[in-house]
Design a protein around this ligand. Structure first.
Ligand code: SAM
Ligand code: SF4
Length: 338
């Protein structure tokens, strides 16, 4: 430790993929209890002293950027429940890539506090936001999130748009028997508000462990349903997981994230840091690299960089959802950072 020369350079794996996008979970706590993500009661949270401080997150983020990361998304748990989130955002928005470009800082949130915070976060340097919303009906919203907060989230989305966050995207997890009858309502809502709805296929990361393949509403079905009423044209396919579609009449775009039916692992450029400082090369990773311990025992940047490069080098080709050899991670979504 400490003997190694800093070796800035990209985080590349054996399949030739380069990590460019870092998801940082800044807390495993949340003010909602969405049925597909957390149990109603009894969630075991990480002790506070094991959660990375803003300074520790910023130090790691700077190192990641030296190693080729170009965009950072803050998530959780619910990132907006972490006190003084705007302070972390201003620390991260000062980061520049080795060739001088601004690092893109975004946030995934349940939107419940955005009506109060959107302006502040925007001024701190946040540029874009994804708000999760799985139903436009108050009773159903309550049943899914176990919180009576639909109006807060809807006003949070409006506040994000007014604050100039751009784009504002709305993430909806489509679950069979729960909300697939709202696909067209979501499309109409997105068109009227000028926000992009992104439908996410339900993944086996629910805390209850009851996920089954027949609950997944396939991306193709979602696109067909919308296209029948509001004709769609495909946009582009790159490393971005959402396949994007635009309304033929110019009414905006939708996205579909087909993690289950059409995994995009071959193009994956993501890596993840959990709230307690574990580094994961995949949402479904079984192996984790602990960064908190070396960080708190005085490891040099060069040593941390070597650990990260080794971990990324060993990244697997992809998850095996729906196959007999799929191994479900022990962490659920709120413990990883979606
Ligand atoms: N609390 C924030 C939120 O809800 O946006 C950020 C964390 S949440 C874990 C991130 C995303 O993961 C949300 O869009 C949520 O809907 C999604 N998610 C949670 N559990 C999921 C599951 N089992 N399958 C698919 N998406 C899931
Ligand atoms: Fe909280 Fe987000 Fe999980 Fe819902 S999906 S319980 S808002 S972390």
């Amino acid at each position: 430790m400490g003997e190694l020369e800093p070796r800035p350079g990209p985080l590349v794996d054996t399949f030739g993929r380069t990590a460019r996008d870092l998801r940082i979970s800044i807390t495993d706590r949340c003010n909602f209890r969405c049925t597909y993500c957390m149990p109603e009661e009894g969630m075991q949270f990480v002790p506070r002293d094991e959660i990375l401080t803003f300074e520790e997150i910023a130090r790691l983020a700077e190192l990641f950027v030296e190693l080729g990361i170009e965009s950072i998304r803050l998530t959780g748990g619910e990132p907006t429940v972490r006190r003084d989130l705007h302070r972390l955002i201003s620390m991260l928005s000062a980061l520049r890539t080795p060739d001088g470009r601004q690092v893109e800082i975004s946030l995934t949130t349940n939107g419940s506090t955005l009506a109060r915070q959107a302006e502040l976060l925007r001024h701190a340097g946040l540029t874009r936001v994804n708000v999760s919303l799985d139903s436009l009906r108050a009773d159903r919203f309550l049943a899914i999130t176990r919180r009576d907060a639909l109006e807060d989230v809807l006003s949070g989305i409006d506040a994000a748009v007014s604050a100039g966050l751009d784009p504002v995207k709305v993430n909806a997890v489509a679950v069979r028997g729960q909300n697939e009858d709202e696909i067209l309502d979501f499309a109409a809502y997105g068109r009227s508000k000028g926000v992009q709805i992104r439908f996410i296929e339900y993944m086996p990361l629910d805390a209850s462990g009851t996920w089954s393949l027949d609950q997944v509403v396939a991306a193709d079905e979602i696109v067909r349903t919308i296209d029948a009423v509001y004709p769609l044209e495909p946009v582009v396919h790159g490393s971005e997981p959402a396949s994007r579609w635009r309304y033929a009449d110019g009414g905006g775009e939708i996205g579909v994230i087909a993690s289950v039916t059409k995994p995009f692992c071959g193009d994956c450029d993501r890596v993840r840091l959990t709230a307690e400082g574990k580094f994961l090369t995949c949402l479904f990773a079984i192996e984790e690299l602990d960064l908190r311990h070396p960080l708190r025992s005085g490891a040099s940047d060069a040593h941390l960089a070597e650990l990260l490069k080794d971990a990324v080098y060993g990244k697997w080709s992809g998850h095996r959802i729906g196959r007999v050899d799929f191994v479900r991670p022990t962490r659920s979504m709120s413990q990883i950072g979606g």
